[in-house]
Ligand binder design. Structure first.
Ligand SMILES: C[S@@+](CC[C@H](N)C(=O)[O-])C[C@H]1O[C@@H](n2cnc3c(N)ncnc32)[C@H](O)[C@@H]1O
Length: 364
């Protein structure tokens, strides 16, 4: 389901929109002149039932803030919905996405930008600017990072299935391109795993960030085919690589990491296998694929993120391997204490992928 753009908006981000309010505002086109999102509420451990909202009321079906990579049994990892149907897809707390945004920005692979810029500069008929589709945009972190690093007018089409996050993404969209050119935005609500080449018609670039690992192989094949069909490059960033390095080390690190990785692979999701699968899928479509590491480097200055990440990481591992619970509880207590004392460093490995498909109707 897509929502063509119709509404002009501008101004500061409103107080926390509930899902209903967000749904009403899901059709949005705007020039980017808004402030960054400041979701109300506190970040708390996954599973905490406490919600602190900027507005008066807790919206129906609100996302519980605090979203390390954990989930309820049978759900996909990362976020929980209060009173949600267990078959509903997970919702991502804007607080979690906000917390990780600076670490994501610091991690992103700059080396992939030059080949991307060259491809965009050589696109035929781009005098009016480029159209960039950001898949699984969340609150729009990718656009806020990339738009100011590319020259020329840009129109961003922000895709997500969550209208609540789309609302934040639209209101806090990037302001202008690297050379001061105009950046405009529209939102489309829908399932990005079912994109067709038609949905990407006219696209100059597809982006995604922290998305691939929550897709299946079939969904990644569909995405690669859609990009190849539209002849547009894809910059798919910050997919988990399944490797974590904690300093100082602990005897339980490896077992927790393995259990977490298995948790990520539940229900056919690719988890740490996503980048390899995506590289294969795009290569099979004739694209040239480049990979680059993009690790989170977490130290004392990222303690709040590290804390939430640790809670989610260990929580998912225990959910996958309940026999770990007692040892994992002690492990988490110890790790959180080290984190609070500024004595813990964590390297969470990710990979960025740039796929240069053959331009539609032309040679590569
Ligand atoms: C981990 S968050 C990343 C958000 C954002 N890209 C960022 O880097 O902050 C994953 C996002 O993908 C969205 N998402 C996951 N699967 C999706 C699907 N099949 N269709 C549409 N959106 C999806 C979620 O709603 C969420 O906003």
């Amino acid at each position: 389901m897509t929502n063509p753009a119709t509404t002009q908006q501008s101004g500061a981000i409103p107080t926390q929109p509930g899902p209903r309010e967000a749904a009403e505002s899901k059709e949005a086109v705007m020039t980017a002149d808004a402030t960054a999102p400041k979701p109300g509420g506190t970040v708390s451990a996954p599973g905490d039932a406490v919600i602190a909202w900027a507005g008066d009321a807790v919206p129906d079906g609100a996302v519980i803030p605090g979203a390390g990579p954990s989930g309820t049994p049978g759900s996909r990892p990362t976020v929980k919905l209060r009173e949600a149907d267990p078959d509903d897809p997970p919702r991502y707390a804007p607080e979690w996405l906000e917390l990780r945004e600076p670490a994501d920005a610091a991690a992103r692979a700059h080396d992939l930008l030059d080949p991307l810029r060259i491809r965009l500069a050589n696109l035929p008929g781009k005098s009016g600017g480029v159209a960039i589709h950001d898949l699984g945009c969340g609150t729009g972190s990718m656009g806020r990072w990339l738009a100011p690093r590319l020259d020329g007018a840009q129109h961003w089409v922000l895709h997500d299935r969550d209208p609540y996050l789309l609302h934040f993404a639209a209101v806090a969209s990037p302001r202008s391109a690297a050379d001061g050119s105009r950046v405009s935005v529209e939102t489309r609500r829908g399932d990005v795993a079912r994109l067709t080449p038609d949905a990407l018609k006219g696209a100059s670039l597809v982006t995604a960030s922290a998305l691939l690992d929550v897709l299946t192989r079939e969904e990644i094949d569909t995405l690669a085919a859609a990009c190849a069909g539209a002849g547009c490059p894809a910059l798919l960033t910050l997919s988990v690589a399944g490797r974590v390095e904690l300093t100082p080390s602990h005897p339980l690190d490896t077992e927790i990491a393995q259990a977490f990785n298995e948790h990520q692979r539940r229900d056919g999701l690719l988890g740490p296998d996503a980048v390899t699968a995506a590289a294969e899928a795009f290569s099979e479509q004739g694209a040239t694929v480049r990979l680059h590491p993009s690790p989170w480097r977490l130290g004392p200055e990222q303690a709040a993120l590290t804390e939430q990440w640790l809670r989610g990481w260990v929580g998912a591992a225990v959910e996958q391997r309940p026999d770990l619970r007692d040892r994992a509880d002690a492990y988490l207590t110890e790790r959180l204490a080290a984190c609070a004392a500024g004595e813990l460093r964590v390297l969470v490995h990710h990979t960025d992928l740039l796929a240069l498909s053959r331009p539609a109707g032309g040679a590569s």
